[in-house]
Design a protein around this ligand. Structure first.
Ligand SMILES: C[S@@+](CC[C@H](N)C(=O)[O-])C[C@H]1O[C@@H](n2cnc3c(N)ncnc32)[C@H](O)[C@@H]1O
Length: 257
């Protein structure tokens, strides 16, 4: 019998991606191209958990999000920009179904491997993103997105948030956590230096270079812009937390049908 090699699967996926892309309008932002830190890299995906676990507690983060989203055992949850599954794989233990979505095949592969090792049967993985994922199942009860939306420029963030609202049932909840700037504009240089120092202290030289790349090449925005985008996309902001001048989390409810 013919043996299907991993390379053949990669080739078919690449071919299918190109076909999909050809069907989209030429003006659509290409969310598959890496901006800043390259999460399409298999090497980076392989090191991601080790780096991130040095300053994050995935379980505690996920439990906090699950509580804030009020996830019930019968709920369906979408994790947009799921990466290696920091939230999706814990959420699977608390709800009926998780749709774990990411544009990076390398990050998804890591997440899938971890899900297999844990014997999880209720996580569906989807290669796609804020602008291209088509949610074909019934509207979700809740969506979480952590440290992913800043990969899109502001106009495309608005498009992305509107698409998330369409994937949610009426009164469904959105939890959004990201690098969002709330420092005084006049003091941006000192504030950004503080951000770089903080990440260097947390993650060493890799952290320093990732935060420098983040500020230079990615699209983190101001808190007042993020709040305007959420409201214009059809969300009511229930709580807005700013643990420091670089991070923000928002718990929102979808308004209207
Ligand atoms: C910093 S990682 C965060 C991963 C995960 N949410 C976590 O908490 O560890 C950012 C993730 O966003 C993904 N990403 C980037 N642009 C995206 C897009 N347009 N749609 C969905 N995911 C995207 C990247 O591939 C990467 O896996």
């Amino acid at each position: 019998m013919m043996k299907v090699r991993e390379m053949d699967i990669e080739y078919c996926m690449h071919y299918a991606d190109n076909l999909e892309a050809a069907r989209r309008p030429a003006w659509l932002y290409d969310e598959t191209k890496a901006c800043g830190v390259n999460y399409n890299s298999a090497i980076l995906a392989g090191l991601y958990d080790r780096h991130h676990r040095s300053f994050r507690n995935y379980r505690r983060e996920a439990e906090n999000i699950i509580a804030r989203l009020d996830v019930s055992p019968s709920a369906t949850v979408i994790d947009m920009g799921c990466g290696t599954g920091a939230f999706a794989l814990y959420a699977a233990g608390h709800c009926r179904m998780v749709h774990a979505v990411d544009v990076s095949a390398a990050m998804l592969r890591r997440a899938q491997r971890k899900a297999r090792r844990r014997g999880l049967k209720n996580v569906e993985f989807h290669r796609g993103g804020f602008l291209t994922y088509e949610h074909k199942a019934k509207p979700a009860d809740a969506i979480s997105t952590v440290a992913a939306l800043h990969h899109l420029p502001d106009f495309w963030k608005l498009v992305a948030l509107r698409r998330l609202a369409l994937m949610l049932r009426p009164n469904g909840r959105l939890f959004l956590l990201d690098v969002v700037f709330s420092f005084e504009a006049g003091e941006y240089e000192q504030s950004i230096e503080r951000f770089v120092r903080k990440t260097r202290d947390q993650m060493g030289p890799t952290g320093q270079s990732e935060s420098e790349t983040h500020v230079r090449d990615e699209y983190s925005t101001c808190d007042w812009i993020m709040e305007g985008l959420l409201e214009r996309a059809g969300f009511r902001i229930q709580t807005a937390d700013h643990p420091d001048e670089f991070l923000a989390s928002y718990l929102c409810t979808k308004e209207g049908p």
